[in-house]
Design a protein around this ligand. Sequence first.
Ligand code: PDD
Length: 307
Amino acid sequence: MSRIAYVNGQYVRHAQAAVHVEDRGYQFADAVYEVWGVIDGELTDFEGHLKRLARSLKELQIRKPLSDAALTAILQRIVAVNRIRYGLIYLQISRGVARRDHVFPPDSVPPSIVITARSANANAAESRAQRGIAVITRPDQRWARRDIKTVSLLPNALAKQAARAEGAAECWMIDRDGMITEGAAANAWIITADGVLVTRAADHDILNGITRRIIFELAEKQGLATEERPFSRDEALRAREAFITSATSFLTPVVRIDSQPVGNGHPGSFSLMLRERYVATAKDRSKAPAMRQPVWLVARRSKHLQN
Ligand code: PDD
């Protein structure tokens, strides 16, 4: 079965999916994106990602090209036609195609929208989580608005590549005060020796992860003490447990930082318990109001895709 992508109103074969060479996403990284995890054929934390997408667009003054109902229908259809049971959905919206000029094009230029789907191996992800991963640390070289989910990911790609080169799976980035901001593609967490769950506050320095917010709620429900504050590499090395969170990895324990063990060098029990709770409750969290309706009903209501 060939993969299907959605490009500007059309469902096309993934191999043929393309945007124009003067798309501003391509030339200026003038675009935002979202990534949904898919568990048992359902987009996880659906509304949270949709809301963050709206916020990213607003912050960059990019017009929202579709209503939420239309977008919901398309996302569901992409999951269905690609028969994704477990994997991810990628969505990107750029400011559109225009003659190269740093200044924004006129409002008449429509934003470009691309959606792709990819299956992943659930068993491989689970065993990776049970083994835990290694991370390295590097200076954070990104811009000052990391809360906006833009496709301007070169520093993140360089950081992730540095991790790969050292046999690690993630790179935790360090700000000028020596504090960890987050991973190249995931939020960073520790559980201190006193049992307090710590992650950096969601200001402009990090992406406010949707998974991050859910894990926070689940941890509080489990009675864990929580704190939103920066932590250093040294504090992380003294921590009992550490982990990362993202829509694609859910929660994955970190067992080594710059080749030194975290805790006893094995995934921590709280981390694994939170991961299990996250996956176990994913189905319930997927049931956004629009998604409880059959696909055909949502699709019929959203015949006119443009707002
Ligand atoms: N990355 N921080 C960064 C820099 C990220 O790129 C991501 C997600 C996160 C976690 O956010 P969320 O829980 O909403 O996925 C934090 C996605 C998965 C990616 O770029 O592929």
